[in-house]
Design a protein around this ligand. Structure first.
Ligand code: MRU
Length: 343
């Protein structure tokens, strides 16, 4: 597993230029540049989520929790009411950054709940509690990913090849990832497992991020264009599919990066098991089915001139959903930190 942290909290230090703050790895620059941005600014945090400097459902949740903690900390010299007002304002604002990953809303509500239920006797004490809570969100995410990895590794045997889509690895979480966690655990157990990574148009999270982090970890990885998956499956190269999720509905339908639904259909056609791996914080009991999951639409330019070069005519109409929903009947199993279950 790569030990790079996509999101971290740098604690208050005497004489430091900045008080306790977020450190965000700018994933838009990977795989060619490794740049970290330090910030406590709410607009900068919102923007980092919006443009996918930090992305992946669990990492978005951790960033949101730390964003609220940063807002609380800025008011720590004030009253408890001042801190609570900052928490509510931050939670309302960060909730508008991206709509699909339920971990964002889950983390914001957790921070809001903890703040309003706190017995702190000063603004400073409350702000400190909220920093600790945000760090707990991060630490719990890491533990959940590890547990997902252990459950998933049980499905892998020596020599297996996994197909994955997008990036649901260490870069998308506090570490290990979800879909990639079983691969890291299998590697630790001495099992040889290889991976085919879908490139994942339009923002190339598979080619830029999954391939990069697996190579860092010494895992055998092959990048394919998204439209090659059917042929690769037909050639018998894939034993199992592991993908992450941004939101899982109560009936087991799972939203994930656009293209996942197609991969699930292909897996079904080729009789290949298809697993969704996610922490229970990705399950949304408030969404009865996948139809209740809001799907983010992104800017046309990510498709027509992604990474700077125009690849479609100026003015052409574009439809750009960022996620799709895989219906539960196409899912062999959902792997959470609690184990492997039927969708
Ligand atoms: O748009 P992104 O890069 O945030 O999309 C990420 C995904 O779709 C991941 O598969 C999902 O969030 C799970 S990450 C463990």
């Amino acid at each position: 597993m790569t030990d790079l942290k996509p999101i971290d909290w740098i604690p208050d230090q005497p004489d430091a230029m900045m008080p306790g703050h977020l450190r965000i790895l700018d994933q838009t620059l990977l795989p060619t540049e490794t740049v970290y941005n330090d910030t406590i600014d709410q607009q900068a945090i919102w923007h980092a989520i919006k443009i996918l400097q930090v992305r992946g459902a669990p990492a978005i949740g951790v960033t949101a929790a730390m964003g609220v903690a940063a807002a609380a900390q800025e008011q720590r010299a004030g009253s408890i009411e001042d801190v609570l007002a900052a928490v509510d304002q931050s939670a309302d604002y960060l909730a508008t950054s991206r709509p699909t990953a339920v971990n964002l809303f889950w983390a914001l509500e957790r921070m809001r709940r903890v703040a309003h239920a706190s017995a702190a006797t000063s603004g400073n004490e409350l702000a400190l509690e909220l920093v600790e809570e945000a760090i707990a969100v991060r630490d719990e995410d890491l533990a959940m990913c590890r547990a997902i990895g252990e459950h998933g590794a049980g499905l892998l045997t020596e020599g297996d090849t996994v197909l994955t889509h997008c990036n649901a690895g260490g870069l998308a979480t506090s570490g290990y990832g979800t879909a990639l966690a079983p691969i890291y655990v299998a590697q630790e157990q001495g099992k040889r497992v290889s991976v085919y990574a879908d490139e994942t148009r339009p923002l190339l999270q598979g080619a830029r991020l999954t391939a990069w982090e697996l190579m860092q970890a010494g895992v055998d990885v092959t990048v394919i264009c998204d439209n090659m998956a059917a042929q690769v499956m037909k050639e018998g190269r894939i034993d199992i599919v592991f993908v992450g999720a941004d939101r899982i509905a109560a009936n087991g339908d799972a939203a994930n990066k656009i293209g996942t639904y197609g991969v699930a259909l292909l897996a079904k056609a080729h009789n290949i098991p298809f697993y969704v791996l996610a922490p229970t914080s990705t399950i949304d009991p408030g969404a009865a089915t996948g139809a209740d999951i809001p799907i983010e639409e992104r800017g046309a330019e990510e498709i027509t001139e992604g990474f700077g070069r125009r690849t479609a005519p100026e003015g052409v109409q574009v439809y750009a959903p960022a996620f799709d929903v895989t219906p539960a009947p196409l899912i062999t199993g959902i792997i959470t930190e609690k184990g492997v279950s039927a969708p």
